[in-house]
Design a protein around this ligand. Sequence first.
Ligand code: TXA
Ligand code: MG
Length: 320
Amino acid sequence: MAEIGKDISKAKILLEQGELVAIPTETVYGLAGNALNVSAIAKIFEAKNRPHFDPLIVHVPDFNSVNSFASEIPEKAKKLAQEFWPGPLTLLLKRKEIIPDLVTSGLGTVGIRCPNHKLTLNLLKELTFPLAAPSANPFGYISPTKASHVNDQLSDKVKYVLDGGDCEVGIESTIVGFDGGQTIIYRLGGLSVEKIEAVIGKVEIQLNSSSNPKAPGQLKSHYAPTKNLLVGNLDLLVKAHHGKKIGILSFQKIIPDFPITNQKQLSPTGDLLMAAQNLFAYLRILDQLDIEFIIAEEVPNVGLGRAINDRLQRASVRIE
Ligand code: TXA
Ligand code: MG
C-alpha cells in the first residue's frame, strides 16, 4: 500500500526526487511526475503500462505558466483559459522544446491544463516544474475518482497518494485543439460543449477512433471495467437476460423485482453533474460484484450527459 495523506511538502520532496505521486484534481486522480524529467516520465508510462504513442497532459498552476511551455497561444485558447481555468479543460498548443518528446509522444503539440483542486494547485505553485499526469489507473481501465481507487490498483507503483477527497467533476477534462482557424474538441469531458461554444462560438467535434488515434482517449475500448458492459434499454436488457447474475447501472430508476444490491442509480434526481461524479465509482463497485456482466443505459445526451454517454460507449465495445 502506498501512503495516503494530505501532506503537500511530502509530495513536493518526492516529486523533486523524480518519484511519482498521485494527485487529486476536480476531474479524476492523476499519476504525477516532473514533466521536465525524462526518467520520471518514463516511470509514469511503466506504472500505467501505457503505450508510448499516448501523450501526457501537463498540469500548470496558472495561465501565465503556459508561456514557458507553448510557443503559440491562439486568441480562442486564451479566451477559454480565462473563462474556464482552473477547470476541466485541456488545451492542445504548439509546444516549446523544453517539453520532452516522451511527454508529447513526439507530437508538435502539448496538452496543458490548470486543474481546479486546492491541494494540487498549492502543490503546483510550490514546485519549480509542471506535472505530467495521466489518470491514475492501469491503461484502459476506469479512471480513479477517490484516493482509495488509486491504491486499489497502483499502490506499489506510486510513493504517495495525496488525498483530496472525492473528485467533484468525476469525468476527465475536455480536450480542445486549434487547427488553423478551427477549434476542435478531441475528447468530450467535464466541460460541456455548450459552455465552450457560449464563449468562442461553434466548434468541431472529432471523436473518431482509429488504431492510431490523435488522442487515445479516442480509443474505442477505454475507460472499461473488467466485466463486460452492455449499454441499451434497461427494461429490454433485463428481460433478455432474465435469470442471469447481472449488475445494473441506471440513470435514475430502480428496476423492480431485482436485487437492490446489484443496482446503482447515477442520480435518482436526474442531475447530470451528480451522474458524472458517480459514474466511475459505481462502475468499479459493480465490477467487483459476483456477476457475469453489467448492463447500463445512456443518460440524456446534453451537457455533461454527452461525455457520460461517450464513456459508457467506450467501456462497452467488447460486447457484440
Ligand atoms: O482530466 C484529465 O484530463 C485527467 C487529469 C489527471 O488531469 N488526465 C487525463 O489524462 O485524463 P489521460 O492521460 O488519462 O488522458 C489524456 C488524453 C489522452 O487520450 C492523450 O492522448 C491526450 O489526452 N493528449 C495529451 N496530449 C496530447 C496531444 N499533444 N495531442 C493529442 N492528444 C493529447
Ligand atoms: Mg486516462
